[in-house]
Design a protein around this ligand. Sequence first.
Ligand code: RIB
Ligand code: CA
Length: 324
Amino acid sequence: MKKRKVIIDCDPGIDDSLAIMLALRSPELEVMGITIVCGNSPVEMGFENAKKVLWQMGRLDVPVYIGADRPVKREYVNALDTHGADGLGESFLPQVPGYRQTVSAVEFLACTLKREKVSVIALGPMTNLAELIQKDKEAFLQIDELISMGGSYKSHGNCSPVAEYNYWCDPDAAALVYETMYAGGKHIHMVGLDVTREIVLTPTILEYICRLDEEMGAFIQKITKFYFDFHWNWEHIIGCVINDPLAVAYFLDRNICEGFDAFVQVETQGISIGQTVVDAMNFYRRKANARVLTKTDAKSFFVLFLSRILGIEAEKLDLLEDIV
Ligand code: RIB
Ligand code: CA
């Protein structure tokens, strides 16, 4: 099977970590590198957390590059209230020493994208991608497919009534990415809250993971406990919305989400800062620059997610029929 080459740009982050795990356990993918951006966690913390996940997965062969430590314009606002003081659910896993690369995230993105056909799965604020556009737009437009966990079409925001965190944290970066995709005649795949809110890791699903693989279950339990508490305290749901792994699952299997093509802009100021304005009715008579995903099937996601991270054939995960 010819592997598809990907770079994961992320802000680990609990759900980013689960997404990295899924990508690493998917044989269709060759993870060329992980680039870190400030978001959930400050960038240095995100770097440390990415290494902890790679260590856990036995994949310290994958390089991790440090990117932007602040948004393009806005003051940086982290999401440690959601992801814990260590950015990994206050699991306080042991640090993985060294492993610092000699080039920055943007330098790695630029030279890799100009050398070979690579897709980017963006799971955090798109500050690194905006910097890439500013420094080497030609390299940015070489991205084979750009999948972004971010934005929202009809679902309410998660850090304002209308804005999703990744695009709210750095709206100028998101706006520049969407504008550049429009100018380049390309489509970004917007895996927004409309679909990711359907992906809830429940205590029962977690218990099932633990029963099937004690070590993997214990690791996921350790990094998600804080996230479960956050979701109960703030959204009164039992379980936690794991946004980022859906972006990876969608890259692996497009049938996992449905949506439509539209012209999308990102608001960069005022009370709706960070909102994705999806022109579903084509009022602006602009060609589409985005594939906006609006429906997903949580059961199909969890079958893919568990089968990959546990290495179990999908057909054997029969209990998911009843618990998702
Ligand atoms: O709004 C959810 C997104 O913001 C996820 O990617 C989460 O990890 C945070 O980055
Ligand atoms: Ca993220």
